[in-house]
Design a protein around this ligand. Sequence first.
Ligand SMILES: Nc1nc2c(ncn2[C@@H]2O[C@H](COP(=O)(O)OP(=O)(O)O)[C@@H](O)[C@H]2O)c(=O)[nH]1
Ligand SMILES: [Mg+2]
Length: 461
Amino acid sequence: MYQSLGFGSQVSKVAPITCKLPDEKSKRLRALLGNVKLSLLYKASVHGYKASAFHQRCDHRGPTLLVAYNRSGYIFGGYTSVDYAQSGQYITDREAFLLSFQGKIPVCIKINSGHHARLDDAGGPNFGQQLYFCYKNQPVVLNHRGNAFSVNTATMYGNDAQLTECEVYKVKQIPQSSAINKQWRNVLWTANRRAELMGLIRNYKPLMTSVSRVRILMIGPVGAGKSSFFNSINSIFMSRITSKAMSGSAATSLTTQFRTYPVKDGREGKLLPFVLCDTMGLEEQSGAGLDIEDISSILQGHIPDRYKFNPTTPFKPDEQKSSRPVSLQEKIHCVVYVIDATKISLMSDKLQEKLASIRRKVNSLGISQIVLMTKVDEACPLVEENLQSLYVSSYIKTKVQEVSSWLGVPVSCVLPVKNYSQELELELNCDVLLLTALQQMLTNSIQKVKPLYYIHSLHTD
Ligand SMILES: Nc1nc2c(ncn2[C@@H]2O[C@H](COP(=O)(O)OP(=O)(O)O)[C@@H](O)[C@H]2O)c(=O)[nH]1
Ligand SMILES: [Mg+2]
């Protein structure tokens, strides 16, 4: 990636300067910022670490992204949508954020509300009068305690204040006429659509008459949002935020029981035609978390509600009178892989292998499979601000494609959602996404079940 300085005749003979930011990382940052163009304005190793050199090149250039590099290999920085102008004023900029790459992923720290994003003085770039880059004209970053950004300097830059480079990019929106504003999936974000989806779900009739409720099994790592998905769906039909299934972010699985959750259509309402089955999380080590054998027993309907998993010994069918015939109603009709959008690139090989072997098992039974991609709000600041930008965000699109190829599930079966997590009230956009996902699970379910799976069941029904 090149960028000529472009400062008129004065510097036109200077050779183009190269960006240190790797292409892959640049791509992710551009997607994060909503498909923008980045052009290099300032590079400290070329122009010097002096504040005057920075201001000469970066003042009055609109939104900018600062990217710093330290000796320990961290890439981090910050974004501000407001010009640098040496005005001496405090700058309010609700779009400002700090960022740091954790592996491939740019993790953002948004400005805390009520705080100033910058002090627009003649010194080097600062964020929240808290993080000072090129402090005192030196290749260092200085962290002053402050509350504008909730920074953890250890995760952000490994507490290594020595900079090896500092770049500032101009951030320019690509005009609307190009691909950005095109939704890559159509969603109607309206109350009518929500009502329509609720109606479709309420009146859904499984194809097999012996099945009154579609049993949906949620599988995924601890903290991916399985319990939260059930709570969210339950909240929508209860018309208020509920939290029946315990959710939380404890390191090891909070859910240790196999729970099957029917959902009622309102407090006094009828049961809806699906049951969400919540399991203990998948952990990467064998002997921890849900085991492939346990999953196999769940799929075939051998595991009763409230069965307490033992992470070190899988469920043994003979303990639980497994010779008892299992009706198709008790089997699983749809498997949902719950994957956290912010962790996709960080999935360990072991976990991937575990998921692949589960996939093979589920495939062999012909049970339909869907991927629920949670935490889209945390994955992309655009989406966090406005959920309706979900299908405009090219970052989310890449994530969807990544999961799809990685799990071997068609892109159309990857459903991004934002679960209710801290909200106190229901929100239309959230509801529409959650209901769309549930509706897909229902329509994708039983018809794909292999003949053998249900012929066997018909005999035993
Ligand atoms: N921001 C955000 N947080 C979520 C979302 N889904 C779940 N969480 C949070 O992630 C944490 C783990 O969720 P939980 O449902 O307990 O995960 P489980 O282990 O898969 O059951 C909880 O603190 C949730 O509030 C989401 O879509 N967005
Ligand atoms: Mg859980």
